[in-house]
Design a protein. Structure first.
Length: 700
């Protein structure tokens, strides 16, 4: 886009390409564009011969490489990392042959140009490409061990080749003495250059993949240097000696290695130590080992910080620990301080996470079947484990006074003074308040009314974060306390009017209270008192109620003991279900045992009351619709179906003290059941006779 005439041009970056990446690629492309321009316009490729400049340019590049090779080799030995070892050999190869190229500059050690002068640089860069390409490969552990074992031989061999090359070049021994050697080997040199270019490009791409996983300045510098060295090899092949194209590859080479050296310098300035400069370049095993090492060191420092805060370590002992860690990892004073702050922050975060976990756990334990006493005891135990350094005690309000049970304290023997108790009892609202310098009181409420207090004691007082967390703990305890009391009241209320199984099911899932139900196989038990009408005629209402309550008490106990559900009491009759709402695979057997136990207990109650009527019981098994039956205003849990009706009719056929069961129930009882066949009975309201049996015993 232009802004009129010869105005400035705005370069558009393609969508999806980061601006930094586009700028980086643009800078790398500029040398190739310059080479293309010089080759396309030969007149621009002027000759510039200046031996001292050439010497110092190449010599300084070689010196930089020697430094890099030394530092990387040291890191490779320390980490026993094959990749770092090969990268270091690549730097070393480039360093020694660049040094030979510098020393072979005409007018330095030799009076004229020879073959060693021309070939040293491409040979050194090609060897460097081989070592660097090998470093880019993911070597298995077996190959890594081989590389580490051969490291001294590789280094010695490389130095020996360079030494022989230098001696032959300096002494003018053929074939390196031939000034035209490079021209005669132009074909092989082109092949070597192309191979080196391909290797450098592959290395750059491979390290780019690594950089995406590990963002590191050193990795980025390695990528950039390999791209520049690939361009340098292109210029070596196409350039003319002492012309601008020839100087271009010298500059590219110097910039490549100089950029790595500059990255090392910047990283050192930022971190203040040489340890770990090249860790990001290492193998995955090295990176994992470094992380594990630093993780272990951080854990050790976290432990030391905790011990110092607990008074177990003095300041001088803590200083020795941090100094030892700094020496172990080569950390600067600033890095050691940062690591110490990180350890303190990590310890604080873990402490905070642990305390939040206590809040979550207390919230989870605020459930239906957890009593107030159990809830508070568990909460105190969790606080003792999660709130290290804090003493916590719970006081409950009874008859307008605070009572502090010993079992609701994390500190055995903690005596709450009268003054502290009075101040805690005077708290209003939900805000936490310090009742003395080291004790914080947080009110516990139920329905926004005072119910108790949470006392927390910590030497040295409380931070704002401590206050907020303890207030949250008190709020969580208040909700748990309110839920426990509410559920206790509901549980007691429901169980007074319905079976425990029905009450529990409704508390757990209120949707079950909706009208309707499902067809389920059940065993129904009906029991009534034969002669109840006659007894009622000659007895007072008080005597009738007393008799019914005594009978129903033992009858209900017999049903509940077998896991049955007492559905309803109608006058002198009782109806119970088995296999609803709780599922019971052996429900016929349970119902039979409950019926026999009912008769046994009822006989015990009536043993000294000959005038009281006796129970007769009917039992039958079959499908029935089980659920809530009635209206939207008033409903009842019940079962409807032919099997239930048959159970009611069988009860009318039983004599006082007997249990009569249907054929379906008899078929599901164990073989040792003792029954007496009553034959097919014609029941009221049914056309077909029903098989009936008197159940005598279920004892094996």
């Amino acid at each position: 886009m232009t802004t009129g005439g010869a105005g400035p041009v705005a370069v558009r970056v393609p969508p999806g390409v980061p601006v930094r990446l586009a700028v980086w690629v643009l800078h790398l492309a500029l040398p190739l564009a310059g080479l293309w321009l010089l080759l396309g316009v030969p007149a621009a490729d002027v000759r510039l011969e200046h031996d001292p400049t050439h010497f110092w340019l190449v010599f300084l590049g070689a010196a930089v490489n020697v430094g890099l090779a030394t530092m990387v080799a040291r890191a490779a030995r320390r980490r026993r990392d094959a990749r770092l070892l090969l990268v270091g050999l690549g730097f070393l190869a480039a360093a020694v042959f660049l040094g030979l190229h510098a020393l072979a500059t005409p007018g330095v050690l030799l009076g004229s140009r020879n073959g060693g002068f021309a070939l040293a640089t491409p040979v050194g860069l090609a060897l460097g490409a081989l070592f660097t390409a090998a470093s880019a490969a993911d070597l298995p552990p077996s190959r890594t061990a081989v590389v580490l074992r051969l490291a001294p031989w590789l280094r010695s061999g490389l130095l020996a080749v360079a030494a022989v090359w230098g001696v032959v070049s300096m002494l003018g021994i053929p074939p390196l003495a031939d000034p035209q050697l490079a021209e005669r080997l132009s074909g092989p040199l082109v092949a070597v250059a192309v191979t080196a270019v391909v290797l450098y490009v592959v290395v750059a791409l491979r390290y780019l993949q690594l950089y995406r996983r590990r963002r590191s300045v050193m990795l980025l510098s390695i990528i950039t240097a390999n791209a520049l060295l690939a361009e340098s090899m292109i210029a070596v092949t196409l350039g003319t000696t002492w012309h601008l194209t020839w100087w271009l590859w010298h500059v590219l080479m110097a910039v490549a290695f100089g950029y790595i050296a500059y990255s090392v310098y910047v990283t050192y300035q930022r971190e203040g130590a040489t340890t770990g400069l090249f860790d990001a370049i290492g193998t995955e095993e090295t990176v994992q080992a470094v992380r594990a090492e630093y993780g272990a060191a951080l854990e050790m420092l976290v432990t030391a910080v905790q011990r110092q805060e607990a008074g177990e370590l003095s300041a001088s002992e803590m200083g020795l620990i941090t100094a030892g860690m700094a020496g172990r990892f080569g950390l600067s004073e600033g890095q050691t301080a940062v690591l110490g702050r990180a350890a303190s922050a990590l310890r604080a975060d873990r402490e905070q996470i642990g305390r939040l976990g206590v809040l979550v756990a207390i919230g989870h334990e605020s459930r239906v079947r957890l009593s107030e006493d159990v809830l508070l005891r568990r909460a105190v135990r969790r606080v003792a484990a999660g709130f290290d350094g804090h003493g916590v005690r719970v006081g409950l309000l009874h008859d307008g006074r605070l009572h502090f049970p010993e079992e609701l304290s994390t500190v055995p023997g903690w005596t709450v003074g009268a003054d502290v108790a009075r101040r805690a009892a005077d708290l209003h609202g939900l805000a936490a308040s310090e009742v003395d310098h080291d004790t914080l009181a947080c009110p516990l409420t139920v329905k926004d009314r005072p119910a108790g207090v949470l006392l927390a004691h910590r030497p040295g007082g409380f931070s704002e974060r401590d206050r907020s967390l303890l207030a949250s703990l008190a709020s969580q305890l208040s909700m748990g306390l309110e839920n426990a009391r509410l559920y206790h009241q509901l549980d007691g209320l429901f169980h007074q009017y319905m079976s425990p199984d029905v009450a529990t099911a409704l508390l757990a899932d209120p949707e079950q209270a909706a009208l309707g139900g499902a067809v389920v196989e059940v065993t129904a038990v009906f029991a009534d008192l034969r002669g109840f009408t006659t007894f009622s005629e000659r007895s007072s209402p008080e005597e009738i109620v007393t008799m019914l309550n005594r009978y129903f008490e033992v009858a209900t106990a017999a049903v509940l003991a077998e896991g049955g559900t007492v559905v309803q009491f109608v006058g002198d009759a009782l109806m119970a279900l088995f296999n609803a709402p709780a599922r019971q695979p052996d429900h016929p057997l349970r119902a039979g045992r409950a019926a026999l136990a009912l008769q046994t207990h009822a006989e015990t109650v009536a043993a000294d009351r000959p005038g009281w009527p006796r129970f007769r019981v009917g039992v039958n098994t079959g499908p029935a619709l089980v659920g809530n039956i009635g209206s939207t205003a008033l409903r009842n849990f019940n079962a409807m179906g032919d099997a239930v009706n048959v159970a009611a009719r069988l009860q009318t056929e039983a004599r006082p003290g007997q249990v009569v069961i249907g054929g379906a129930t008899r078929a599901r009882l164990p073989p040792h059941a003792i029954v007496e066949a009553l034959g097919p009975l014609v029941l009221k309201g049914r056309q077909e006779p029903v098989a009936a049996f008197r159940l005598c015993s279920l004892e094996p």
